[in-house]
Write a protein that binds this ligand. Structure first.
Ligand code: GLU
Length: 280
């Protein structure tokens, strides 16, 4: 089988070194095997995605010396696919509309916690005659969905055979009030539709794979192999992300740094002096 990987940034900010590392890992995994590499712009969040971030992503990846095999895809142009998946899940009786605000959920004293923070307490799960004219999201009834799918595993390059535990995520949102699909739904549908054989992405997304594996089973989609790579750490040992003041690729590019040389340093697991190291 031809290996097919992807880099799937959300254009909600400029890319930083951690993104460069992730893009390189996915790109090189495909190139090493004579495979295929796809760039997918995850711009379903219309309120936070910006065209100027998209332009910077193209310029940054080009500066790093990365190439992709066909024109980049934009999730904002694939909404019908997500709608179709949503309709199928709804027809299986696995979705319910949710009218809660973040504040409602935060105020719920009983909200248990999962891998990504507070779990949805299930307030809207059993409503009779919900008023769909009011703004609402769509949530997956996780207990029902997990029961329908039965036991699931995936193959992970570092973790081996992983038993999926989607229940730990609670009733995740699959379509938001302000966006027609959530990250979980769009990424699962697209990885399958684009024939991604190996999902190479950061360890920070490992827990999300539990949900993606479940959605694959419910929607009869193939399961790719996964490689959740290590993350770049800043000088203080914390993860390199914009909120820690990590430099953007754009700032390095505009300062005249050599992007291909930077890419080669990152490939060796080295980060430019002062920026930290690859976490073990
Ligand atoms: N769009 C996601 C992000 O920027 C990554 C998606 C993925 O690799 O699964 O964090």
């Amino acid at each position: 089988m031809d290996i097919h990987t992807r880099f799937a940034p959300s254009p909600t900010g400029r890319l930083h070194l951690g993104h460069a590392y992730s893009a390189l890992r996915a790109h090189d995994a495909a190139r090493a095997e004579g495979g295929h590499f796809t760039l997918r712009i995850e711009d379903i969040d219309g309120t936070r995605s910006r065209p100027e971030h998209v332009a910077a992503i193209f310029a940054d990846l080009d500066w790093l010396g990365l190439t992709w095999d066909e024109p980049p895809t934009f999730q904002s142009q694939r909404l019908a696919l997500y709608q179709d998946a949503l309709d199928r899940l709804r027809a299986m009786g696995l979705l319910y509309p949710c009218f809660c605000t973040r504040a409602d959920i935060a105020a719920s004293l009983s909200a248990p916690h999962g891998p990504d923070g507070a779990l949805y307490p299930g307030t809207c799960r059993h409503q009779r005659d919900p008023d769909l004219a009011r703004p609402h999201s769509w949530r997956l009834d996780m207990a029902r969905a997990a029961e329908r799918a039965g036991p699931l595993v995936w193959q992970d390059a570092h973790a081996g055979t992983v038993i999926a535990d989607p229940l730990a995520h609670g009733d995740v949102i699959l379509a938001r009030k302000d966006a027609p699909a959530s990250y979980h739904l769009a990424v699962t549908v697209d990885d399958a539709a684009q024939g991604i054989s190996h999902v190479v992405r950061g360890r920070d997304l490992f827990t999300a794979t539990h949900v993606h594996r479940l959605l694959q089973a419910l929607l009869d989609l193939p399961t790719p192999a996964y490689l959740h790579h290590d993350l770049l750490a800043g000088p203080d040992g914390t993860r390199l992300a914009k909120r820690h003041g990590a430099p953007t690729l754009e700032s390095l590019r505009l300062a005249g740094q050599d992007g291909r040389a930077l890419a080669d340093e990152l490939r060796k697991g080295e980060v430019p002096i002062g920026f930290g190291t690859v976490e073990a």
